[in-house]
Design a protein around this ligand. Structure first.
Ligand code: C5P
Length: 403
């Protein structure tokens, strides 16, 4: 799935060492379906060449305001008119200051002033430059003007220092550009999500778990942040990266067992929506051994199970009302080997939740694809087979209408 299909992006590059990552950024934007038109400042040319950017984007690269080969010599107007968004990565401290004041003394700054499309900036600079009151003033002015700042992040810097000012990685910038284009149907909403499997320890080295990859829950987390929500993602043991982490709109709690997941979910009391996507172990081990259980000839140890708390059921019991509407709006998930619809609807009613989503499967574990059936008191609706992120986006739009 390409999330930037038919989007026209003007990619500005200013003078900073992080420009060595911009070719990779351009490649990722193009892979997502965007067409990319590069505009470079003179200083950017010290770090990456116009030929590199032309070869990657397949488009001529603009470097000068004074290009007599352009028929009407109005590149600044034409480029900004044609764009869905202007993205500048890296944005130097100098360019931030110029843009915050409305200065326009080269092609890139001029087309920003002449634009009628959104402007996204990925700042990159040394930490002293970022922390300087002048840069902070520029950042605030730009935010007040409706410009979006992607990052910067904190970390190792080319100058050898460690601190705030690193440009976000190309993948993080691409993720945020994609998010920028999604409908903001959950602005101001808080979303709680459980995802992945749980692990029930038998002893310090063994345990019981299941095949859940966490992909569906993480896709819902990403789609919810894209829609403008603040997300608390409670993840069982899985090695997936937190989506859109650099936005600061998602907090992640890692847990191991169902009991830990239960405690974490019940602590999050102010959510508007709860998606119980985790494949929670129905049973835990009554008395996990403190030491590794030794093999005793041919005798296998007897393991006693105890029922785990039902997280969804217990969160559903905490539902309150705000403005006549219940919150959190609880959404369960069901994976069944037979009679999906009947079992799923029985679960929905037994757990006292308004909506349940059935995995039509059959092979949904670990896959990037799924097919869903959404069931509530009014009936059911299928969401055709697609990538989990695409399904998650559809589910979020459906939920936004419900709440
Ligand atoms: O029938 P079952 O309890 O497995 O229903 C599945 C739904 O309940 C899923 O949404 C799952 O995340 C949730 N669940 C839970 N806590 C459990 C078991 C299931 O939240 N202990």
């Amino acid at each position: 799935m390409q999330s930037l299909l038919n989007k026209k992006i003007v990619l500005g590059i200013s003078g900073g060492i992080a420009a060595y990552k911009t070719p990779e950024l351009a490649r990722q934007l193009i892979q997502e379906g965007a067409s990319v038109q590069v505009v470079m400042t003179e200083a950017a040319g010290q770090f990456v060449t116009a030929v590199t950017m032309q070869a990657i984007t397949g488009n001529p690269v603009y470097t000068s305001q004074w290009d007599s080969s352009i028929s009407n010599n109005m590149a600044h107007i034409e480029l900004s008119r044609a764009a869905d968004v202007i993205l500048i990565a890296p944005t130097s401290a100098d360019l931030m200051a110029k843009l915050s004041l409305g200065l326009a003394d080269d092609l890139l700054s001029t087309l920003c002033l002449a634009r009628d499309c959104p402007l996204l900036l990925a700042p990159a600079m040394n930490k002293q430059m970022w922390d300087h009151a002048a840069t902070q003033r520029s950042a605030q002015r730009l935010l007040d003007d409706g410009v979006a700042l992607l990052g910067p992040a904190s970390g190792f810097q080319a100058c050898g220092e460690v601190g705030m000012g690193r440009m976000l990685e190309p993948a993080e910038i691409t993720e945020q550009v994609i998010a920028f284009f999604q409908k903001k149907t959950l602005l101001g909403k808080k979303v709680l999500i459980t995802a992945g499997p749980t692990f029930e320890a038998i002893d310090p080295v063994r345990g019981i778990t299941n095949h859940s990859s966490g992909k569906m829950g993480f896709a819902i987390a990403r789609a919810a942040v894209e829609a403008g929500a603040e997300v608390h993602l409670i993840a069982g043991p899985c090695d997936l990266e937190t989506p859109l982490a650099a936005t600061g709109k998602i907090t992640r709690t890692d847990v191991i067992s169902a009991k830990e997941m239960h405690a974490a979910a019940l602590k999050s009391t102010d959510s508007d929506i709860f998606f119980a996507v985790a494949a929670v172990a129905d049973w835990g081990i009554a008395k996990p051994a403190k030491e590794k259980i030794k093999r005793q000839g041919k005798n296998a140890p007897a393991i006693e199970f105890i029922a785990n708390p039902d997280i969804l059921l217990d969160v559903a019991k905490t539902v309150k009302t705000k403005g006549g509407k219940p919150y959190p709006y609880c959404v369960g998930f069901a994976a069944e080997s037979t009679n999906l619809e009947a079992h799923a609807d029985e679960k929905r009613q037994r757990k006292g939740i308004p909506m349940i989503v059935g995995n039509i499967g059959p092979d949904t574990f670990g896959s990037d694809f799924n097919e869903l059936i959404v069931m509530d008191a009014q009936g059911s609706k299928k969401i055709a087979k697609a990538e989990k992120l695409q399904l998650a986006r559809q589910l979020i739009q459906l939920l936004a209408k419900k709440i």
